[in-house]
Every structure is written in structure tokens, then in C-alpha cells.
Design a protein around this ligand. Structure first.
Ligand code: HEC
Ligand code: CA
Ligand code: CA
Length: 165
């Protein structure tokens, strides 16, 4: 008898946990590119686990209700915030910088970064490109100098020493 009550209780609790998760799985489809990391877009270790900074942001101001019934309010405001503080807005990380995507739309085609993880962030473009160009110019110079020097000369290739430029 006691065993039966226990069994019923376990089955009941199990189904409650499943319902809790199932009722909230819609949220994966309520942010752009939510499918990229699924539940971990907002949770730290799977659905129902503690929320990451993006999830906390949503819990504290971007749900239509503070329960399983709550839908995510994705839009310009949430897109403009930088929940994980890595310098890239939530929208920039999820491929919808202006927050114009709406649930049901196709996912924006773009490289997706994690809005709740500061270690995942788009590279800061302009500066990097400038550095890369300089480096590339140097590499070409070096290859050119080496190719020209083929055949024996041991003199340092020109144009590589900073002091000569
Ligand atoms: C867009 C953000 C977002 C995504 C994606 C998301 N969640 Fe959540 N989840 C939340 C927020 C915010 C809460 C806290 C509010 C609440 O209780 O619903 C929460 C709470 C929960 C809870 C209740 C936890 C508790 O301690 O009461 C469960 C269970 C849950 N989520 C499951 C899931 C599962 C499973 C998925 C993936 C299929 C998922 N969630 C994806 C934002 C998200
Ligand atoms: Ca960010
Ligand atoms: Ca990030």
C-alpha cells in the first residue's frame, strides 16, 4: 500500500517536471536564432537550470507573465541591451541587431554568438581589420624579400626593420 502511494507520487512529480519544461520550450522559438543553443540560450546547464545573464534579463523584465505562461518580449529594447556585458548587444549576438525579428519569422542568417556568455562575442571589426591589413602587408613583404633573396644572399630582407620605415 505505502509502496503504491509512493509510486503514484513519483509518477505525479515526474509528470509535473516534464510539464514545467514542456510548457516553457516555446521560449526557444521566441528569440531569434534560439535554436543555436536551445534551452542554454537562457539557462546555464539545460532547461530548468539556473538562468544565465540573458535569461535573468528576460526573467526580470521581458516576460509577459512570471510563470510558465510567460512569453518572451523580443524587440528593439531587449535587442539593444548587452546582458552579458561583452560589448555586443543581445541583438548583435543573435543576428537581429535592431530587434525587428518576430516569433514565427525565419531565423536571421548570420553567425550567432551567445547573449548570456561573455566568452562568446563577435570580434570588434574596424580595429581588427586595420591590424590584419598591416600584418598581411608585412607577410607579403617578407615573402617577396625571401623569394628575391633565394640563391644565397644572407643579408636581411629590406622593408622589415621598423626603423627603416
Ligand atoms: C529565451 C529564454 C529562455 C529559453 C530559450 C528557455 N527558457 Fe526556461 N526559463 C526562462 C526564464 C526567464 C525562466 C524563469 C521564469 C519562469 O519560471 O518561467 C525559465 C524557467 C524555466 C523553468 C522553471 C525553473 C524553475 O526553477 O522553476 C523550466 C523547467 C524551464 N525554464 C525549462 C526550459 C526548457 C526545457 C527550455 C528549452 C526547451 C527552456 N526553458 C528554454 C527563459 C528561457
Ligand atoms: Ca552581449
Ligand atoms: Ca556574448
Amino acid at each position: 500500500m505505502t509502496l503504491r502511494i509512493l509510486l503514484v507520487a513519483v509518477l505525479f512529480l515526474g509528470s509535473v517536471v516534464v510539464d514545467e519544461a514542456a510548457a516553457r520550450s516555446k521560449r526557444v522559438r521566441q528569440v531569434p536564432n534560439g535554436s543555436a543553443t536551445s534551452c542554454n540560450t537562457c539557462h546555464t546547464a539545460g532547461g530548468g537550470s539556473p538562468l544565465n545573464p540573458f535569461g535573468i534579463e528576460i526573467a526580470t523584465g521581458f516576460l509577459t507573465a512570471a510563470s510558465a505562461a510567460g512569453d518572451v518580449v523580443w524587440g528593439a529594447e531587449l535587442a539593444a541591451l548587452d546582458s552579458d556585458g561583452d560589448g555586443a548587444s543581445n541583438g548583435a549576438e543573435l543576428g537581429d541587431p535592431d530587434g525587428t525579428w518576430a516569433a514565427g519569422d525565419a531565423n536571421p542568417a548570420s553567425e550567432v554568438f551567445h547573449p548570456g556568455d561573455p566568452a562568446s562575442t563577435p570580434p570588434p571589426e574596424p580595429e581588427d581589420t586595420a591590424i590584419a591589413k598591416t600584418t598581411w602587408a608585412r607577410v607579403k613583404q617578407l615573402i617577396g624579400a625571401l623569394a628575391a633573396g633565394e640563391g644565397g644572399s644572407q643579408t636581411a630582407p629590406t622593408g622589415i626593420d621598423d626603423s627603416k620605415q
